[in-house]
Design a protein around this ligand. Structure first.
Ligand code: AMP
Length: 198
């Protein structure tokens, strides 16, 4: 049922489990997981000019410029595997990115099918990020940076969910529970068949 072309956006606060769920869904749906945060972290590690620019902004919990992120995303979407669909994680982060994405995908004739918003109460978010900080040592998982990232999410990314809701493409999914349980909820919220595979 889910083995069809599917272009999906995963929304949710930092620490809501987007990355973990995207990895599970990737296996289930056979489509790539495209995380702009992962692309940026790879650029930082590789020490590219772009990575050098992004590093301080990321460590402050703020958004890297729309232009830089869109460029990276365009490059990634042009790779062959994305023709089968994709799970977008961490993009769009604000309404301007949302408009840029829609323009880009309209040009490719590949509109977003559905946006899934993972909902997790903020007390749990703080707990989860503390756990991740201990495990992964991400530089932007410090308490101050997490506060800033949550603020940026509420201010700039929440409206993106509103936008997809207006289009009738938003599904809100409870992100509390076992990983497998949450991914079953997400799979259950996906549109059946392949609305735009034709
Ligand atoms: P994430 O892994 O999605 O939590 O992203 C980690 C950090 O990378 C964010 O706090 C931002 O600094 C940056 N970032 C990731 N995606 C974007 C995006 N779409 N626009 C701007 N900055 C981004």
């Amino acid at each position: 049922r889910h083995r069809s072309i599917m272009r999906l956006v995963l929304l949710g606060a930092p620490g809501s489990g987007k990355g973990t769920q995207a990895d599970l869904l990737k296996a289930e749906l056979g489509i790539p997981h495209i995380s702009t945060g992962d692309l940026l972290r790879a650029a930082v590690r590789a020490g590219t000019p772009l990575g050098l620019k992004a590093k301080a902004v990321m460590e402050a919990g703020q958004l890297v410029s729309d232009e830089i992120v869109l460029g990276m995303l365009e490059e990634r979407l042009a790779q062959a595997d994305a023709a089968a669909g994709f799970i977008l994680d961490g993009y769009p982060r604000n309404l301007a990115q949302c408009a840029a994405l829609e323009t880009l995908l309209a040009r490719l004739g590949q509109p977003i099918d559905v946006a899934i918003k993972l909902e997790v109460p903020s007390e749990l978010i703080v707990e989860r990020i503390a756990g991740r900080a201990a495990e992964q040592g991400r530089k932007d998982d410090t308490p101050e940076t997490v506060r800033e990232r949550l603020r940026v999410y509420a201010e700039q990314t929440e409206p993106v969910a509103g936008h997809f809701a207006q289009l009738g493409k938003l599904r809100v999914v409870d992100g509390v529970g076992e990983l497998a349980e949450v991914s079953q909820r997400i799979l259950g919220a996906l549109p059946a068949g392949a609305p735009s595979a034709a």
